[in-house]
Design a protein around this ligand. Structure first.
Ligand SMILES: NC(=O)c1ccc[n+]([C@@H]2O[C@H](COP(=O)([O-])OP(=O)(O)OC[C@H]3O[C@@H](n4cnc5c(N)ncnc54)[C@H](O)[C@@H]3O)[C@@H](O)[C@H]2O)c1
Length: 481
């Protein structure tokens, strides 16, 4: 079976594939390390060309009836679903994620977002504000050219989640995928054009951080939406501030998953697995600090270790594979260093460990403290830290003892307690008796250093539009002189 995934060219500008003029970018299949495509980065001139194309195309696109924009996006969602198998395979080659995940989670979630915003299109109106005689009306306007910058863990989903609300509001977008996973965004550009999107409304440039930085500071860019780590977020937010640009920041996390002793043990263990090991643990909202109430700690760890022992690791294209490789050798080395630090600082390795080559098995630490590196820092790999607690107040304080605030989960059969605890947790995206489910209908995003703004749901529209307020005077103008 060929693993060749070379696109027609590296960039997609003004409705067509264009070859990049910058440095080479090799795309490796994480499972085997073989080169599946060789791309070129965009040159600074090509980044400017992309934003100019976007600026030119945005005017007519933004002037369409919203229902017409919705029709284009609805068609694109249908094409994504028709090509589900082909797109899932490409996503697996690009990311190394098991095909059993990419078939149900990645592009399908992207298609959901495109479909959702397509349906919302015609409902996005301003309001009329009566003032006695005079009145004010508001117009919800697009921002103009939006820049999207993606991470490598959900490359196609991220491209869809950012472009769908942007485009439906009449904006144009220039998207830069992660240099690790450049392929899916090109497919999205192709599909959008096939669905009827005018040339230039959605463009893709490739490259490492410097290309992202050039995009963020391009004078035509009005808004920047980044999915990435906190350190990158800090840089991008600062660069965007120079031009008073709007931002959405979807950043990292070290989220708490709290399991009370009245919870269904089997469900809580299942959620802890979903919260730590799906996509080989490379998920921003992962509940990597699992707080288990004292009385059930041993039973929880025993069941967790037993279920993790059954994991099927291996060839991501094999439908039976549940746990794939880590995205890159560099990321695997970082995760291994975190595992070594956990052992060196005295935590007990319950199962898993550093693994071999591209694979790191589901790894669980117990007897950890809040001060340990594995408990404080985002690892972005399949590493769970189990901590124990005595009571509600204690666990809330400890769960909040972090600068991150992306997500949080609570497991309990006492629903009053579930709501009470969630209300006190400093996190943007929360679950009670569930974890890591992110339907497009619900807002997604973080508080504290995990981010600014929300993706998905009607809330995303706020971040891709601005309100014009129009005062209408119906009476005589009263001037003081
Ligand atoms: N909150 C969310 O929705 C969410 C989702 C997925 C991943 N993440 C986070 O992303 C991180 C993992 O992804 P990653 O390693 O690709 O992140 P990263 O921060 O290294 O890179 C993210 C993107 O930013 C670009 N970039 C780097 N420097 C830049 C600069 N100076 N200016 C502009 N762009 C720049 C990169 O090329 C890449 O496309 C984790 O921290 C994870 O938690 C967050």
């Amino acid at each position: 079976m060929t693993l060749h995934a070379q696109p027609k060219a590296s960039l997609f500008i003004n409705g067509a594939y264009v070859e990049g003029e910058g440095p080479e970018l090799k795309v490796l299949y994480p499972y085997t390390g073989e080169v599946i495509a060789t791309l070129r980065e965009a040159s600074p001139e090509q980044v400017a060309l992309a934003t100019k194309s976007a600026e030119a195309a945005q005017k007519a696109w933004g002037a369409l009836r919203p229902v017409e924009r919705g029709r284009v996006l609805a068609r694109a969602a249908a094409i994504i679903r028709e090509r589900g198998a082909e797109l899932a395979r490409l996503e697996t080659l690009d990311t190394g994620k098991p095909i059993q995940e990419t078939e149900v989670a990645d592009w399908p979630s992207g298609a959901d977002a495109i479909e959702y915003f397509a349906g919302l299109a015609a409902t996005l109106t301003g309001e009329s504000i009566p003032l006695g005689g005079d009145f004010v009306y508001t117009i919800r306007e697009p921002l103009g050219v939006c820049a999207g910058i993606g991470a490598w863990n959900y490359p196609s989903q991220i491209a869809c989640w950012k472009s769908a609300p942007a485009l439906i509001m009449g904006n144009a977008m220039v998207f830069k995928p992660s240099e690790e996973t450049p392929l899916g965004a090109l497919k999205l550009a192709e599909i959008l054009v096939e669905a009827g999107l005018p040339a230039g409304v959605f463009n893709v440039v490739q490259g490492r951080g410097a290309v992202g930085a050039a995009l963020v500071t391009d004078p035509r860019v009005a808004k920047v939406s980044l999915t990435g780590s906190v350190p990158t977020g800090r840089k991008v937010y600062a660069a965007a501030a120079e031009g008073i640009r709007h931002v959405t920041m979807e950043l990292g996390g070290k989220s708490p998953l709290i399991v009370f002793d009245d919870a269904s043990l089997e469900d809580a263990v299942g959620a802890a697995i979903l919260a730590n090991f799906y996509s080989s643990g490379q998920i921003c909202s992962n509940g990597t600090r699992v707080f288990v109430q004292e009385g059930i700690k041993e039973a929880f760890l025993a069941r967790l270790a037993a279920r993790c022992a059954d994991v099927a690791m291996g060839d991501p294209l094999d439908p039976a594979t549940q746990h794939g490789p880590i995205i890159s050798a560099a990321q695997a080395a970082k995760i291994r260093a975190a595992i070594e630090a956990g052992i060196a600082e005295g935590a007990r390795l319950v199962c898993g460990g550093p693994g071999d080559g591209a694979f790191i098995p589901p790894t669980v630490f117990a007897e950890a403290t809040d001060a340990m590196t594995i408990t404080r820092e985002e690892i972005f790999g399949p590493v769970m830290t189990v901590l124990t607690f005595k009571d509600e107040d204690e666990v809330i304080a400890r769960a909040n003892g972090t600068n991150f605030g992306l997500a949080a989960g609570v497991f309990t059969r006492d629903l009053a307690r579930g709501h009470r605890v969630i209300a006190q947790l400093e996190a943007g995206t929360c679950w009670i008796n569930a974890y890591n489910l992110t339907p497009v209908e619900a807002p997604f995003g973080g508080v504290k250093q995990s981010g600014v703004g929300r993706e998905n749901s009607r809330a995303a529209i706020e971040h891709y539009s601005q309100l014009k307020s129009v005062y209408v005077g119906l009476g005589p103008v009263e001037s003081p002189y």
